[in-house]
Design a protein around this ligand. Structure first.
Ligand code: SF4
Length: 231
């Protein structure tokens, strides 16, 4: 499934934890009000959200991975612990497109470093917001329409789950329309850069982790500034 209908309600004060205390204080001053306004307005104009996802039946569980009905094996890190007892997995990738990153880089070259930094932070928040909007919506749909529960959502590279599994998710989704605006490098980085992949379990049985944030499984712990944006 291919989705592009996402909305972005930017609350810049909720993004301030991303910048560190000193810089956040600077941004709160009147001096940068116009720069912030401009960055938010440009982000809203340039963001081009896209999300591709699919459901896969789980054939069997192994100690640290699962085998899907199409024969593909996925796992490592906390995956089995989190989706334990799931009947299916839902995997997806999403992106805000190229333009926000492009504008941010141009601005940096032209000496507009604060504007560039703001746009970059909005881009990171934006791609996370796409994922969250999808996750909230599908959790409700699965519960209402099928009585299905959902596990905690995990992203490769965000916990002890290796970034190489981003390649597995990408390959899983390749059977969908090929021109979905995202590619992957040999080192399993998604392009555009402001993109991410994710996976969670679903089914009628209680799973290993359902209500916890993915941060509970992440080695970054409290040192991560993005943690403040997660529930
Ligand atoms: S701690 Fe940071 S990197 Fe880790 S899952 Fe939470 S937001 Fe992501």
């Amino acid at each position: 499934m291919f989705e592009t209908d996402f909305t972005f309600e930017v609350d810049i004060s909720s993004l301030l934890p991303l910048f560190g205390r000193r810089f956040a204080k600077l941004l709160e001053s009147e001096r940068y009000a116009h720069t912030i306004e401009q960055a938010v307005s440009d982000f809203t104009a340039l963001v081009s959200p896209v999300l591709l996802w699919s459901r896969y039946r789980i054939e069997s569980f192994r100690e640290r991975s699962v085998i899907l009905s199409n024969g593909i094996e996925i796992g490592g890190g906390p995956v089995v612990q989190v989706i334990e007892c799931a009947e299916e997995v839902i995997a997806g990738i999403c992106s805000i497109g190229n333009e926000v990153e492009k504008r941010s880089k141009e601005a940096l070259k032209n000496g507009k470093s604060i504007y560039s930094l703001l746009l970059d932070a909005l881009g990171s928040w934006g791609v996370d917001s796409i994922k969250e909007q999808f996750y909230c919506g599908i959790q409700q749909d699965l519960k209402q329409n099928e009585g299905f529960r959902t596990s905690t959502l995990l992203s490769p590279g965000e916990s002890e789950w290796d970034i190489s599994e981003q390649g597995t998710i990408y390959r899983l989704l390749e059977e969908n329309p090929p021109d979905f605006g995202m590619t992957i490098t040999e080192s399993n980085m998604l392009v555009p850069l402001k993109s991410l992949s994710f996976l969670f379990g679903t089914g009628r049985n209680k799973m290993g982790s359902e209500k916890e944030s993915s941060c509970a499984f992440c080695t970054m712990g409290k040192t991560c500034r993005y943690r403040a944006l997660r529930k």
